[in-house]
Design a protein around this ligand. Structure first.
Ligand SMILES: [Zn+2]
Length: 273
């Protein structure tokens, strides 16, 4: 599943391709036919992301009120896009948007719908703080974490606590702060949480810029692979998908188990109980 940085990057790309433009909308499926008809000929006025939710505000043709296109890609959704003319349409195309600048094709998304402002606020109201948004207070998620017996590894995946974290950032941020994923939320100190949050913001913003998740510190990568442009995929993470491999810091085999239906990875020595 794409993590928050992918959705924020997508919002930024769609902003460049569509904001301020009259768009043509089409589809090969009729699942979203009413929405496609409403979007066709509309003008995109802004794009936005909150966690893993993408929003594009559109002004429909005529004098109708603005609406929001809401997309959640889920596990299998894809939203490829590009400049210039669109490729020939194929497959389960839920929505195609085209403008003078470029195109975007949505397939396989969990959510693709039009919302008014009230309904959009309801979606956002169910979401926790998003580290990629400006003016976010880390003490807001802390209030929930501090009174929870749930393991921090599960709380980080709960979109109502923190919006946008997925399996990779969960494993990596806990490693970077030496926190055992099984530690109950109320045993994470406010200082630890605020440090973790600040670090998460830095890592996720870098993820938006590069489109990649790189969580290893340069000094923990092989020589010649230390800059953002030379780092290889296999050097990008401390523990994620490295089960059984030696920890980059202490050599202990990386452990794994399922938590919240996704594989969790951690170093039992660097992240002690
Ligand atoms: Zn270790």
């Amino acid at each position: 599943m794409p993590e928050g940085h992918t959705i924020h990057r997508l919002a930024r790309d769609l902003d460049e391709l569509f904001t301020g433009s009259v768009v043509r909308a089409s589809a090969l499926q009729d699942k979203f036919a009413v929405g496609v008809a409403m979007l066709d000929g509309s003008t995109v006025t802004s794009t936005d992301a909150w966690g893993k939710h993408l929003f594009a505000q559109v002004a429909p043709a005529g004098e109708r009120p603005k609406v929001w296109l809401h997309v959640h890609l889920g596990l299998y959704g894809k939203f490829p896009h590009g400049r210039g003319p669109a490729p020939a349409p194929w497959g389960q195309l839920r929505l195609r948007l085209e403008s003078e600048q470029g195109w975007a094709d949505l397939r396989g998304a969990t959510a693709c719908e039009l919302l008014d402002e009230v309904a959009r606020q309801q979606v956002i109201g169910r979401l926790g703080a998003d580290p990629l948004r400006r003016r976010v207070d880390p003490d807001q998620p802390l209030a929930r974490i501090a009174r929870s017996r749930t393991p921090i590894g599960a709380l980080l995946m709960d979109q109502a606590v923190v919006a946008g974290i997925g399996n990779v950032y969960r494993a990596e941020i806990l490693f970077r702060h030496g926190i055992d994923p099984h530690r109950p939320g109320h045993d994470v100190t406010p200082e630890q949480w605020r440090e973790l949050w600040a670090d998460l913001q830095v890592l996720m913003r870098a993820g938006v810029r590069s489109g990649k998740i790189v969580t290893t510190r340069p000094e923990d990568r092989p020589r010649g692979r230390r800059t953002a442009s030379t780092v290889r995929r296999e050097d990008s993470h401390y523990v994620y998908r490295r089960a059984g491999e030696p920890c980059r810091t202490c050599g202990t085999p990386v452990a794994t188990e399922a938590m919240v239906a996704r594989n969790l990875f951690w170093c039992p020595k660097c992240q002690p109980e």
